[in-house]
Design a protein around this ligand. Structure first.
Ligand code: GLA
Length: 604
């Protein structure tokens, strides 16, 4: 079955194959001397050869290890995915804005689509080809939209049809107000034309996606929720049964209502291909995990993958100074971990091969393209480095994706505590970037992460433990929004503190029933008595007593009081096995800022 060879005194593993099961075989990896490659159905994973061989195992032991390795690789290798591209997943594709700005044309759009169809991007799931700002001619006297004849001499329908003939989808762009952000042609936004413009985009031109910007909307001080809902209704009316995906671009978290009408919503200003921009966007999205759900995602903006330092060529000049390899990895992998839409923004016709490989890495994409709809959340912050986690395969299972994220300018030794990740026993580590299995650990381990770099892993543990610490910044805030002054609007928000865990707390809960905080996913595997502790962050400016209410599973509301000195509220609770919700509120006044909740099972 396998052949051991002694080469220069060292043991090396020769060609190993399983005649009975030809789908999986282990071969030497030429480019990676310390690794073996397991190939199955043309896909591959690398395995740490040293781990297999370093203690000179017996033939039987080696057999056992190879069998274990094979079983693991079979489990991990990305299999054909019957649900690929489902509406429930973050959108994948390309958008014209980041490289071309307003300089778009039929030649550019179709050239890009054709390149994507053949260079591996479409095959990896990048199917949407989205035209951003800059394609219009002026409206006719009757108010009908037209397409710029110089840029699209054959009209737009032929562009959409060609994209469809490549087995891809076509996306378009507009504004909720009268004018778009590029301002090339006035009056081409949706305002006062919702129905007829939707007929044009989705019936006449057959587009499958639309991003709706807000420059005209904010200029005219239109109400975002009203306008975006009106447009959502017009899309539905025009599109009928045809699937049209809708993206809101309001440059900040618009409000929880966005999830009722759209697949994604931009949470930040425009991205640029430089580290400061990427880091800023990551920071703004670290504490939005509660607002992602299957088919509804926080949009961190289009990708700058492929814009490498010193080699960028975009319409935006110096602000696109480019990314190092570590920055590019952090950028792409974090967008996967946080389940942002994945819309490439470079020119796929000239995209560096290394960037194509990164963007098509099936293990990184598995963090994004699954049906769980989860955005990773922070479990620990160490200086400017973070440990993020989210479930893989299924919710509350033994497999989790883990990211070590270093936003700082120095290497950081990041400590990983299995308990923080709700994992127990021996943990098998699979490095999603190295496509290798660097080993196992128990309890804790430390990994050095380079400046601006990240490590991405899949951990498979012996046990899944119940979560003990529920950070407030991972809870759902029912009135959360970033468009107006939260203190004036009386809507809760997250802010940085020096507290534990994610280093953030939630303030301004209360004043109405609607402005509450809910941990929606409190999973308890064993029925029994628990101690629930609420840990509040004392406001230095407020010495008064504050009221709060806690409600479990929508049951009786239990009142509590906090003062500057009394910040810990302890509550004995009896819980059945299964999923629970814990809600904090105050219908009439302000509740104290909450840092986190702990839930610990009482010893019998
Ligand atoms: C805004 C958006 C960008 C892009 C431009 C087009 O700035 O945020 O993503 O669509 O408009 O003008």
């Amino acid at each position: 079955m396998y052949k051991m060879m002694i080469v220069g005194g060292a043991v090396a593993l020769g060609l190993v194959s399983w005649a009975a099961e030809p789908a999986v075989k282990v071969v030497e990896c030429q480019k990676c001397p310390f690794r073996m490659k397991i190939a199955a159905d043309g896909k591959s994973a690398n395995i740490n050869k040293a781990r297999l061989m370093d203690d000179n195992p017996s033939a039987a032991e080696l057999d056992r290890r190879i069998a274990a390795m094979r079983a693991r690789a079979e489990k991990l290798l990305v299999k054909p995915d019957p649900n690929a591209g489902a509406r429930t997943r973050p959108l994948m594709g390309w958008s014209s804005w980041n490289t071309f700005g307003l300089k778009i044309s039929e030649e550019v759009i179709l050239g890009v689509a054709k390149a994507m169809a053949t260079n591996g991007l479409k095959a990896a799931g990048y199917t949407y080809v989205n035209i951003d700002d800059g394609f219009w001619g002026p409206r006719t006297k009757e108010g009908k939209l037209t397409i710029n004849k110089n840029k699209f001499p054959n009209g737009m329908r032929v562009v959409v049809d060609t994209i469809h003939s490549l087995g891809m989808k076509a996306g378009i762009y507009s504004d909720a107000g009268a004018n778009t952000c590029g301002q090339t042609v006035p009056g081409v936004g949706f305002y006062k034309h919702d129905d007829e413009d939707c007929q044009f985009y989705f019936k006449e031109l057959d587009f499958d996606f639309i991003k709706v910007d807000y420059c005209g909307g904010s200029g005219a001080r239109l109400d975002p929720r009203t306008r975006y809902t009106e447009i959502a209704n017009a899309i539905k009316k025009a599109a009928g049964d045809k699937e049209v995906r809708y993206n809101l671009c309001r440059w900040a978290f618009p409000g929880v209502w966005a999830a009722d009408i759209a697949e994604s919503w931009r949470t930040t200003g425009d991205i640029r291909a430089n580290w400061g921009s990427i880091r800023g966007i990551i920071r703004e999205n670290l504490y939005l995990s509660a607002f992602a759900s299957p088919g509804h995602y926080n949009d961190m903006d289009m990708l700058e993958v492929g814009q490498l330092k010193g080699k960028t060529a975009t319409a935006f000049g110096k602000s696109d100074s480019g990314l190092t390899a570590d920055e590019e990895l952090t950028h792409f992998g974090t967008w996967c971990m946080l389940s942002s839409p994945l819309l490439l923004g470079c020119d796929p016709r000239t995209m560096p091969q290394s960037s194509i490989e990164l963007a098509t890495n099936p293990y990184l994409l598995a963090m994004s393209q699954n049906d769980l709809g989860l955005q990773g959340y922070v479990v620990s912050k160490q200086g400017d480095a973070y440990v993020l986690v989210k479930d893989a395969d299924k919710k509350f299972g033994t497999a989790r994706f883990v990211q070590l994220l270093n936003l700082s300018d120095k290497p950081v030794d990041v400590k990983i505590c299995a308990r923080d990740l709700d994992l127990g026993g021996e943990i098998q580590v699979f490095d999603l970037v190295e496509r290798a299995d660097p080993g196992t650990f128990k309890d804790e381990t430390t990994v050095q992460v380079p400046p601006h770099g990240s490590k991405f892993y899949r951990f498979d543990a012996e046990q899944r433990l119940d979560r003990v610490v529920y950070e407030a910044e991972t809870a759902y805030l029912s009135a959360y929004q970033e468009l107006t002054d939260a203190k004036k609007a009386n809507t809760a928000f997250t802010y940085s503190t020096r507290c534990r865990g994610g280093d953030a707390a939630v303030t301004w809960i209360g004043f109405s029933e609607a402005n509450d905080l809910i941990w929606k996913d409190v999973m308890v595997s064993q029925a029994g008595d628990y101690e629930l502790t609420l840990d509040f962050e004392a406001k230095t400016w407020d010495l008064k007593e504050l009221d709060g209410f806690i409600q479990i599973d929508g049951g009786v509301k239990i009142a509590f009081k906090t003062t500057k000195e009394k910040r810990l509220i302890k509550l004995p609770v009896t819980l059945s096995a299964g999923l629970h919700t814990v809600r904090l509120s105050n219908p009439t006044g302000l509740m104290e800022d909450i840092d986190h909740m702990t839930l610990v099972r009482k010893a019998k």
